[in-house]
Unconditional design. Structure first.
Length: 328
């Protein structure tokens, strides 16, 4: 979600996807659509709407990051990623843990982490050990590690259509499915890294392919199979990728179509792009809003506040150089 520092200005996407030049506005629109889908999936936790967004919402962000990738010096890239991604990760996690120590006692409940220093270990392990208001915290370290490893391979084979990439995928995809079947234990989201690398590669390769009119029909058919519930949904955090190849293929199809539509959103794209620019903060904070307010209001209000309150926090954080440096 937060690839701004090293990729969103590279111009690696097809030229027709750069409206007006400069910043890739469609990227923020796509992020906006994606983060709204993430929030919807956490508000409506069962039923066809939940299944529809779970058919594509997390792969979208990995594909988008891959589409904007270019080879960079591996050491410097890894250092930048660790600094720019793990700093806000640690800051938001600390903020929410402190908030939980206040909010839960006010509700007459025990905090999620109430035995210190014993609870420090699951906090440090992250991934599958973080639940409740922290459940989304698997994503950033997974994306970060996936990008670091993918960049190492990309510097070696800069053409994503190189045949050697196919050999890598023939090894990586079975490994992703097998490990996802035998365990759901995931330190810092590492269980999902193999599939993350595959999605990053598909996104990167897509920028080389170029659009063809006939793509609409197979992509639309595959996308509808996932959105309609005909195919099993995904749970990337738990390493559950649904029906082998088909479910993840549906997620890819839906995401690629959304990227295409993101260029042509018109006036609607403006507010979606605004949401997309705040997607990192929304991602970190929306589950906490849902977790604490769900018993008190209906789902429509919950959805509104799960977007509006993190958006407000994002704009407040932008006002200070200190909070920008720490959280953004």
């Amino acid at each position: 979600m937060n690839n701004r520092g090293d990729s969103s200005r590279t111009g690696t996407a097809p030229s027709e996807w750069v409206p007006g030049g400069g910043r890739l506005e469609w990227v923020d629109v796509a992020r906006g659509v994606g983060i709204i889908a993430v929030v919807v999936g956490h508000v409506w936790t069962r039923g066809p709407l939940r299944d529809a967004v779970y058919s594509f919402h997390m792969p979208l962000f990995f594909l988008l990051s891959g589409l904007l990738s270019r080879p960079q010096a591996p050491g410097a890239f890894a250092v930048r990623q660790l600094g720019s991604q793990m700093r806000p990760y640690a800051a938001f996690l600390t903020l929410l843990i402190l908030a939980d120590q206040i909010v839960e006692p006010l509700k007459g409940h025990r905090p999620i982490s109430d035995q210190w220093p014993q609870d420090l270990l699951p906090v440090l392990l992250g991934g599958s050990w973080l639940r409740g208001p922290y459940t989304i915290f698997w994503f950033v370290p997974c994306l970060m590690v996936g990008r670091i490893l993918f960049n190492m391979l990309l510097t070696r084979w800069p053409d994503p259509l190189d045949r050697r990439w196919m050999l890598v995928m023939l090894l990586l995809l079975p490994f992703a499915y097998i490990t996802g079947r035998i365990t759901d234990i995931s330190v810092l989201g590492s269980l999902s890294v193999p599939m993350a690398i595959a999605l990053l590669w598909i996104g990167c390769a897509w920028q080389k392919v170029g659009w063809r009119r006939w793509f609409w029909w197979p992509l639309a058919a595959l996308s509808l199979a996932g959105l309609s519930g005909l195919l099993p949904t995904l749970n990337m955090k738990a390493g559950d990728y649904g029906m082998p190849l088909l479910s993840i293929g549906s997620a890819i199809a839906t995401s690629l179509l959304l990227f295409r539509f993101s260029v042509r959103m018109g006036p609607v794209g403006g507010w979606l792009a605004a949401i997309g620019r705040a997607s990192l903060v929304i991602m970190y904070l929306h589950v906490a809003v849902i977790h604490y307010l769900a018993p008190m209001m209906g789902k429509s209000w919950l959805m509104t506040l799960a977007l509006a309150l993190p958006m407000a926090a994002y704009h407040l954080m932008k006002c200070s150089s200190v909070t920008r440096r720490i959280f953004l």
